[in-house]
Design a protein around this ligand. Structure first.
Ligand code: ATP
Ligand code: MG
Length: 415
């Protein structure tokens, strides 16, 4: 029987690879402008890390993790997101002892046991950033600016940015009390998951996707009315910085986001169909994971959703020619010459293909056309004898004579 990929996974096929390469290159380039350096952490971690780092009242920890016992009977989880692993590595490697801030980015697969639907997979990929060490609102704005610059560079200018402030340990308890007071009357009508959130983390109820919970929370008190002075000042400053950078935003008091340890700023970038990027500040996370007091801010951007949006918007991703030159050959001696010539040209950066399929010269030229070779040439007795070959430019049929033994001359004619 023919095998199929597991539900919720996707192959990245060769004909799509250029899109992935292009967006990943854009991430890396933009991250560089902001002084971010790459971090790669393991694909799996001790389950405990995510329970603590993501938070045990979140969707991720409550229902989405790929968790199993390994042969040593340790509970292992495939990473559902990038923040917890980066935080663990930051602490374990004592990066907090270096001059701060520490600015990191990653590109990683993530695994979540989800209801598979459009833009929602079980293995997906994220580009993310993590900045440690700065509690200043300018850093929140800088991280948002980075995300916006990535999207702008890719040609996406029409996405909305929603921001909110989740308060801090000094003001959130007061808000939680007000929220619980409001929800109390409808406790019995909340979904079982939200009932379990009621005591531990009532704010998460605002993020529930169940219709009846949404109905109940519609008129709930909002955190912005309960913020302490520090959070208030911080939020005002973030907004001021965004305005200074000409980054339009909407304050949406309804957004809560997936991690339990978010404090102060959170944000989402979305179109009418998907949230493509989510992030914020998590000043307590590093302590929660056993590290020193260390403020942090970052985001995660879903690469599949990003590419889907680019396609929907009709944004063309540049796809270079797979081959610059196809060398055809008449006869065994010419085939030998074509083979060695191809290799010399590859060494000087020309993407070259030769016949490995025993095709006739006519079939070779048809194939060269099909693979979109920018130039073709045919080697035969005359070419070998006179040491001159004709390069044919496929776009307009124009021919260029070059010397067979002068590799650089051939390369220059093609470049
Ligand atoms: P949602 O509300 O859509 O479930 P989330 O809050 O779980 O999103 P985050 O944990 O903030 O998402 O992840 C950041 C980004 O990763 C999302 O904005 C999205 O682009 C992407 N993402 C999250 N889950 C998936 C998934 N299952 N498949 C594809 N992309 C995803
Ligand atoms: Mg989710």
């Amino acid at each position: 029987m023919e095998m199929q990929a597991p539900k919720g996974t996707k192959d990245m096929l060769p004909q799509d690879a250029y899109k992935w390469n292009f967006v990943e290159k854009t991430f890396r380039d933009v991250a560089k402008y902001y002084g971010m350096r790459e971090i790669r952490t393991p694909m799996f971690e001790h389950t405990e890390l995510f329970a603590r780092g993501v938070g045990d009242t979140t969707d991720i920890v409550q229902k989405e993790m790929y968790t199993f016992n390994d042969k040593g009977n340790r509970s292992i989880t495939l990473k559902p997101e990038g923040t917890a692993g980066a935080g663990r590595a930051f602490i374990e490697s004592r990066l907090f002892n270096e001059a701060q801030p520490t600015k990191l980015y990653y590109i990683t697969p993530c695994f979540r046991y989800e209801n598979v639907q459009k833009g929602r997979f079980r293995q997906f990929h994220q580009f993310g950033t993590e900045v440690y060490g700065s509690k200043e609102p300018s850093m929140d704005a800088e991280v948002i600016a980075l995300a916006m610059q990535v999207l702008k560079t890719l040609g996406l200018q029409s996405l909305s940015l929603n921001i909110n402030n989740l308060g801090c340990p000094s003001c959130r308890p007061k808000y939680n009390e007000a929220l619980k007071n409001y929800l109390k009357e409808n406790y019995d009508n909340l979904c079982p998951l939200c009932q379990s959130r009621f005591e531990k983390n009532p704010m998460r109820i605002l993020d529930c996707k169940e219709k009846k919970c949404k109905e109940i929370t519609k008129n709930a008190p909002i955190i912005l009315d309960y913020m302490c002075e520090e959070c208030d000042t911080h939020f005002d400053a973030v907004k001021k910085y965004l305005t200074a950078l000409n980054i339009p935003y909407t304050v949406d008091p309804g957004i809560v986001r997936g991690l339990d340890y978010y404090t102060k700023t959170i944000f989402e970038i979305l179109n009418d169909e998907f949230t493509v990027c989510g992030g914020g500040r998590y000043d307590k996370l590093i302590e929660e994971l056993g590290g020193p007091e260390m403020p942090a801010v970052g985001f995660g951007m879903g690469i599949e959703r990003l590419i889907m949006i680019l396609e929907k918007e009709g944004i063309e991703i540049p796809n270079e020619n797979l081959f610059d030159l196809y060398i055809g050959a008449r006869g065994d001696e010419a085939k030998f010459a074509a083979f060695t010539l191809a290799n010399k040209l590859r060494e000087v950066g020309i993407k070259t293909e030769v016949n490995h399929m025993g095709r006739s010269v006519k079939a070779e030229m048809k194939y060269a056309n099909k693979i979109g070779a920018a130039f073709t040439t045919i080697l035969g007795d005359d070419e070998l004898q006179n040491k001159v070959i004709k390069l044919k430019r496929m776009s307009d049929g124009e021919q260029f004579e070059v010397s067979l033994d002068n590799i650089q001359e051939i390369a220059n004619a093609i470049k």
